[in-house]
Structure formats: C-alpha cells, structure tokens
Design a protein. Sequence first.
Length: 359
Amino acid sequence: MSDGHEILLGREGGLAIVTINRPQALNALTLANYRRLDPALRGWAADPAVHVVVVRGAGDRAFCAGGDVRAVYEAGRGIGGDPDLTVVFFREEYELIRRIHRFPKPYVALIDGITMGGGAGISVNGAYRIATEGTLFAMPETSIGLFPDVGATRFLNRCPGQVGRYLGLTGARLHAADALYCGFATHFVAREDIERLVAALSATKADDGTIDAILDRYATDPGPAPLSALQPAIDRCFAQNAIEGILDALETEAARGGEQSAWAAETRTGLLTKSPTSLKITLRQLTIGRDYDLDAALALEYRMTQHVMAAHDFYEGVRAMLIDRDRKPKWQPATLAEVTDTLVDAYFTPLAGRELQFA
C-alpha cells in the first residue's frame, strides 16, 4: 500500500487494489479522494501488468456511504473550504464515474456494507459489483433536498418495472438479494469468502472470461428478493405521472387491505417527509431520462445539481439530517401544491456556458 492514508493504492500480482480508508466517515468520498483515484485509474488502464482493479472500503460497516455532502454544504453556505466546491465537486465526481464506466479492464467493486449515493456511483457504473450479507444499498437523496445522481438517471431506469422510481423517490434500503434483482450487484459472495476471492483475482493474468469464471466460482445464491414479491404493488403505485398521483395510488393500495397495505401506508408516510421539490424534480428526471446513456445522464444530473446548489432545500436537508440532526427540515416550498411546473422546469434549464461536456 502507498502512504495516501484516505485512499490506499496497492498491488498484488496483476491486481490493483483501491481501499477507501475513511471508516470513521463510512468511507464517504471527498474531492481530494476523487483526485487521487482518477490518476490511479488512468495509470492502471495503461499498465499492461495490471489485469484487474478491485475497489473496497475499510472497516466492516461501509463500502462507501456517498460523497462528502457536508463539505459541499459548507462551501455553498460560505462557512468553510473552497467556495467553488459546489461546482467542482460534482464535475470531477461525474468525470471519474464516466472513467469507471469506460474502464478498459475488469473493475470489481466489493459493495460490502453501506453503499449509498457516491458509493453507488463508483460501483454500479463499473463492470462487476459484489454484494455480501452485509450489503445495504440506497439512494436517499430526496431526504436531503437533492435527487438521485451519480448516473442514477440511467441505472434506476434499468430496474424492473417501476422499482427504480420507487427507490429514487423513497430512498428505500436494499440488501443483497434485492441489489441483485435490481442489477446494482452482479454477484453475491459470502463475507467469509471475500479474501479468497481477492487472492484468486490477484493470480489471474487473463481476460474478462477468466474474471467471470473466478467470480462464478465464489458466488452463491442470496435467497429470494423481497422486491420481487412487492413489484406488482410498486408498479401499480409508481406508474403515475405525478407525485400526487403516486400518493393517491399508495392510499388506495393501503385501503385495499391486502398483504401490501402496510407497505403502502408506510411508503406514503415516508414520501411526505421528503423535500417536495426533490420529489417532483426526481420524477421528472427519471421520466425524461428513461433511455439515457451514462453521458447523457451525467450531463443532465450536473445541470440539476447546479440549480439545486442555488436553491434552498439541499442546505436545509443537510442541516436537518447531518448537521443539527433534528430531522425536522423546513422545506421551501413546503407542500407539493406549491411546487409548480414552472418551478420544476427551472431545474432543467441549460447552464449558459457551464454545461458538463465530455471530451
């Protein structure tokens, strides 16, 4: 391992290993972390001695709980750090995600533990994602006045039925079987076998076919996915074209008295705690981006982040959930009725001369 203490870079045979070493912060990624990881990936892509890259998190709690939104909050509020961070952080994060998506060699993310937000960005957009019994996956951005980004426009829309809408709007948490069901994970490997898997990967010198064979050797069945049984109800409720319609459908589902009635009632109650603006822009995002590739998804999301950074709810959400932790955000606007189509349109307005463009 090298001496970069927050991002450890190592080599074992033909295997390059990235360890996100911020366990006290659940391995949340800072801009400095992205700036260390990006050149490492570029170097490994060009190094014929590197055959596979593994990315993992330090400690036993998290792969990566997301990006360092607290630092972005402080920059946007003018209370610390680089005032340009609200621009630079998302731009460089998304550029790294694109590099991961296009990485020319097998890229294996060990999503053992909490995997949220930016953690999804550096895993789901790569070739292989290995879940364990410790995996806890979520996109909880509507709780902090944001929206599911890091390529979620693409990967949520690739979920079965309306499951992506459900996950993006509610921030529902998934374990390994559901992560596989949604396509967020490609394999399930028991925690006790992870080190043996890594050792096997370090010995390989061949192509993707060999990597697939090694992963299949250690992969097992995590059992049935709860989302599979829930999907008919999700599809009924989340196919609506407006948040108000989704809430009405959930109310109807709850009143049916079937086995999903408790889920519907709980989901409806949870949605009403989210930022009304975040809910409406997320639904618009996932609707217009249904067939987007990753480049188009990231360009759209970058545009949206810059409008969010100029608004209220992100700062209030981070304050309520991460700073003061009173969990009582005062959203502005406070109700869905106040979030007009004109207000939503503003979050999708092009950024004059500031769009995210890839060379």
